[in-house]
Design a protein around this ligand. Sequence first.
Ligand code: ADP
Ligand code: 5GP
Length: 206
Amino acid sequence: MEQGNLFVISAPSGAGKTTLCRRLLEQIFGISFSISYTTRNPREGEFNGIDYHFVTQERFKEMVSADSFLEWARVYDNFYGTSKPEVLSRLELGEDVLLDIDVQGARQVRRLFPGTILIFLLPPSWSVLEARLRGRGSEDSSRLKLRMANAKSELEAVHEYDFAVINDDLLRATEDLKSIVIAQRCRTPRTLARQGLWFPTQKVNQ
Ligand code: ADP
Ligand code: 5GP
């Protein structure tokens, strides 16, 4: 069986990754989200095992030592990591997997799996990014400043990504994301692996 596709979505904090990932998962079948492990505290409305697996620093370090992460990184003052067994088992079953991880994590994953599809989500402008971050109400003013400053260097990484989606209008940005997933599924080797070659053909050597 053909392995599933691995998709990574990255963006500066507040650009809309969480919102868009949720919409994508609601609207497309055969793709699931990898819930990361983090040492940060839950925000209001976040639940353990749904948004993240919230763990202590000690537990996180144990997991690093046990080689339980596909990738992990320090982002701001916290650690974040992607569960290796969770992702690998789903890919092996032929399911597509979506990771919402930062640029450092995306680079690590691409090194391990060169076929990973990297998607960068761009806010339409600085002012919109700041307004969204402020509007979410999750950061105090010093953390908000830090996130805006970090956004500058994070945005430079867009050139390393396969796709860039502008999150201005939510409906359109969701359609863009869905198109990327569907296009990947329609790649010739994927289609043939699913359908088999039922018609006569001569393979042309290139
Ligand atoms: P991230 O996960 O990238 O940090 P969120 O998904 O939490 O970002 O979005 C930050 C804020 O911006 C949230 O309050 C969300 O409702 C809002 N938001 C996201 N996308 C849009 C959009 N296209 N238009 C307006 N508001 C948006
Ligand atoms: P937040 O604390 O706002 O949920 O996320 C902060 C940053 O950490 C975001 O850029 C998010 O993509 C990133 N992140 C979330 N989970 C992981 C992960 O498992 N690994 C890495 N490298 N980054 C992550």
